[in-house]
Design a protein around this ligand. Structure first.
Ligand code: GLN
Length: 486
């Protein structure tokens, strides 16, 4: 198997038995990026020297046998939303085109401490707002399976880079589906952990009560390995959970005998693509054959999830994005020397159309006279959605659904109608509103040759069971082995 085809655990084994060095592996990935990325645009910044320096350090660790972790010397990439000290961090926006952070996000600190090699920063929808990467200020990412189709979003660069073997794995973020939906579109594994499981410190904020970082990988074992490093309490993020971090690889192989898998009728609705429906129903049979018990559950407030999300997320975004005013960092356009003109000119030039739309929606729903009718009401319905999951998890251990209502859509198909774009998140959003963990993994290919994703949701802080169910499905099937023909 070529180096760039490898999973994290596969490459770690080859590094450990000294078949190759990290510098050699990193060089192979940098060459792969050079060859393939002009067709895909999965990276905003490739950090050659930064990566090779880290690889040389990792080789010393491996040579001396000290401090070697499952990530030491392994080349990965990260969404361009994580602050990287000394490496440009744009968040997909013109606003941060020249922003070089003076500090690392906790995520990056942890990855570096584990000895991971960071190849560069992946493309994304601007400020993580979108489902296709068409909102990136640095041109969209193309889907490696079909360049006429979107890779999903907003972590589309991360998902495409993993699918195109431009890294062993990537880290993305998920506010309403931005890890799972692109994973589904690109045929890779994407895990959104429980809200608070992973620190948000140094991760550029979109909607702070929903944002969560997670891995995009070539298989389920790699997702568990990355989560082992990423998870844990961080005093710098007051919303991070102070709970012990289990070894997420420990129970992967325990199977699903006796596990109760809930099927919510609200997720198998009219309008869902028939090939998606058939693939997910086939996946249910696979898990049943593996010994799981299938039960019907209901999540009655599902129909409100998209509306609630687009009120809560935009409200939080309007507040978070107020900081981009041209004063402290980022773009500044100062046409007249007058402060108000400077604010207006900076924000007019720095933000794209979707970001402006969301700031306006969010400001409106928070404003006096509308707050009770919109933001407060949405927050109340959010609690009902969360309660639905609590009730369902009394009947089952995990919930199985499609990740997205269809395989990847075509470029331009939904840009004219933002509402139709918002609806593509219909199956991923509730999980963020409830704060629970969810994974997407490949479960089929459409007639057109596009990947289809299976979503598995779990109880709060029960990533272990989600990963175990996903691992059981993956080992019983071949879908994760399919590769795009680039
Ligand atoms: N597609 C959703 C949105 O546009 C989710 C984005 C995300 O999870 N960051 O808001």
């Amino acid at each position: 198997m070529s180096i760039t085809d490898e999973t994290i655990h596969g490459l770690a084994a080859r590094l450990a038995n000294k078949e190759i060095t990290s510098v050699e592996a990193t060089t192979a990935f940098l060459e792969r990026i050079k060859a393939v990325d002009p067709k895909i645009n999965a990276y905003i910044t490739v950090a050659d020297e930064y990566a090779l320096g880290a690889a040389a350090e990792a080789d010393k660790r491996i040579q001396s046998g000290t401090d070697v972790t499952p990530l030491t010397g392994v080349p990965i990439s990260v969404k361009d939303i994580f602050c990287t000290r000394g490496v440009r961090t744009t968040c997909g926006s013109k606003m941060l085109e020249d922003f070089i952070p003076p500090y690392d996000s906790t995520m990056i600190t942890k990855l570096k401490a584990a000895g991971a090699v960071i190849l560069g920063k992946n493309n994304m929808d601007e400020f993580a707002m979108g489902s296709s990467t068409e909102n990136s200020a640095y041109s969209p990412t193309l889907n490696p399976w079909s360049t006429a189709h979107v890779p999903g979003g907003s972590s589309g660069g991360s998902a495409a880079a993993v699918a195109a073997d431009e890294c062993t794995a990537s880290i993305g973020t998920d506010t309403g589906g931005s890890i799972r939906q692109p994973a589904s579109c690109c045929g890779v594994v994407g895990l959104k952990p429980t809200y608070g499981r992973v620190s948000r410190f140094g991760m550029i904020a979109f909607a702070s009560s929903l944002d969560q970082a997670g891995p995009l990988t070539k298989d389920v074992e790699d997702a568990a390995i990355l989560l082992n490093t990423m998870a844990g309490h961080d005093p710098a993020d007051s919303t991070s959970i102070d709970a012990p971090v289990p070894d997420y690889t420990a129970k992967l192989k325990d199977g699903v005998k006796g596990l109760k898998i809930g099927i919510p009728k609200e997720y198998f609705i009219e309008g869902i693509d028939p090939e998606v429906d058939a693939s997910v129903k086939a996946a249910i049979e696979v898990l049943k054959d593996a010994g799981a018990e299938i039960v019907d559950v209901t999540l009655p407030h599902t129909a409100y999830a998209v509306s609630v999300y687009y009120l809560v997320a935009t409200a939080e975004a309007s507040s978070n994005l107020a900081r981009y005013d041209g004063v402290k960092y980022g773009l500044r356009i100062d046409p007249t020397g007058n402060l108000t003109d400077m604010y207006c000119a900076t924000r007019e030039a720095g933000f794209g159309a979707e970001v402006k739309r969301r700031i306006m929606l969010g400001t409106y729903s928070l404003s006096a006279g509308y707050y009770d009718a919109y933001y407060k009401k949405a927050s109340q319905v959010r609690t009902l959605i969360s309660n639905d999951f609590d009730a369902a998890f009394k009947e089952c251990d995990v919930i199985l659904t499609p990740t997205a209502p269809s395989p990847a859509f075509k470029f331009g198909e939904k840009t004219a109608d933002p509402l139709s774009m918002y609806l593509s998140d219909i199956f991923t959003i509730s999980c963020n509103l409830a704060g629970i963990p969810g994974i997407s993994l490949p479960c089929g290919l459409s007639k057109e040759g596009l990947p289809i994703g299976l979503q598995i949701l779990g109880r709060s802080l029960d990533e272990e069971t989600v990963l175990r169910a996903a691992y059981t499905f993956e080992t019983a099937t071949e879908w994760h082995k399919a590769k795009p023909n680039l």
